[in-house]
Design a protein around this ligand. Structure first.
Ligand SMILES: [Cu+2]
Length: 295
């Protein structure tokens, strides 16, 4: 955690020095670099915006210490063997073949390490996969994200009959400081500090809904619904990408999630109901057995 903080601080300093930070992050002025989007020369994970990502980062950092300690231990053993037991330093080698205590130890100690890693790993897995209790009164929100070739369609099943497409902004002149290949025309909007359930499916091929700062990545599979959740603890704009090779424009169907206050979210829903109202026609997400002439 500390390492990542220091690295991101370093990245911010370098970025500012190169004059990059000002323009690129003008829009998300209050948002630290590395939160919600990648930074140039980034080394670690993106900063966390949810409790799940907090756990992922601390688990990742903890594992790094374990791995480093094991690697250092093995390296030290190798160096000792090379120095003390080479043919010159040790011309008459010992004929020992077995050492019961040593053999039991080098079996049991790795098992203990693996169990020690597995326990927090499974705890994190359950934390990610167990949906929290959703409460509409508390302002929790369900969003349906449909992966299409090659954009995302969002609808809010509990907030009215509207649905909208979210396409990448291709014209650099329209970016206004937002990140290239990540900014979209219609962002998904959710309230801060609420449980957000994402239900996702694919319209024609498998896509994957992933936002690094939220610690979520879930496949969007045609014909079935997958779900995941997040709870963002600070307002801002968070970017992700389709994370399943889905076709020629796989790289050009980013995900942009704008996290706002509850009041702003209500205002946005009122506007979206009018702007993106559906006419009651059969939604285009319904899979058809045969390709129609329109396609
Ligand atoms: Cu995709």
């Amino acid at each position: 955690m500390l390492v990542i903080k220091r690295l991101s601080a370093l990245a911010a300093t370098i970025g500012a020095g190169l004059g990059y930070a000002g323009a690129a992050l003008a829009e998300a002025a209050a948002q630290p670099p590395g939160l919600g989007q990648p930074t140039p020369w980034q080394l670690g994970l993106q900063l966390s915006a949810t409790p799940v990502m907090d756990s992922i980062i601390s688990f990742h950092t903890g594992l790094l210490y374990v791995i480093a300690a094991i690697s250092a231990f093995v390296l030290i053993l190798l160096v000792i063997i090379m120095v003390r037991f080479n043919a010159r330093a040790n011309p008459t080698p010992s004929r020992t073949t077995h050492n019961t205590l040593l053999e039991v130890a080098w079996t049991l100690i790795p098992v203990a390490i693996l169990v020690g890693v597995a326990i927090p790993s499974f705890r994190l897995l359950f934390f990610q996969l167990n949906m929290p209790a959703m409460s509409a009164e508390a302002g929790d929100v369900t969003v349906k994200a449909t992966g299409k070739q090659w954009y995302w369609t969002y609808s809010y099943p509990d907030h009215g009959n509207f649905e909208f497409d979210s396409l990448m902004i291709r014209d650099p002149k329209l970016l206004n400081g937002r990140p290239r290949l990540l900014a979209v025309d219609n962002e998904m909007v959710v309230p801060v500090n609420k449980n957000i359930r994402i239900i996702t499916t694919g319209a024609e091929v498998i896509h994957a809904f992933a936002v690094p700062s939220f610690g979520i990545k879930i496949d969007s599979i045609p014909g079935r619904i997958n779900e995941t959740w997040f709870r963002v603890t600070r307002e801002g704009i968070y970017y992700g990408q389709c994370s399943e090779l889905c076709g020629k424009d796989h790289a050009y169907m980013p995900i942009a999630v704008r996290v706002v206050s509850e009041e702003q979210f209500k205002t946005w829903v009122d506007g979206a109901r009018k702007k993106f109202a559906r006419d009651g026609a059969v939604p285009t997400t319904v899979a058809t057995a045969e390709p129609t002439a329109v396609r």
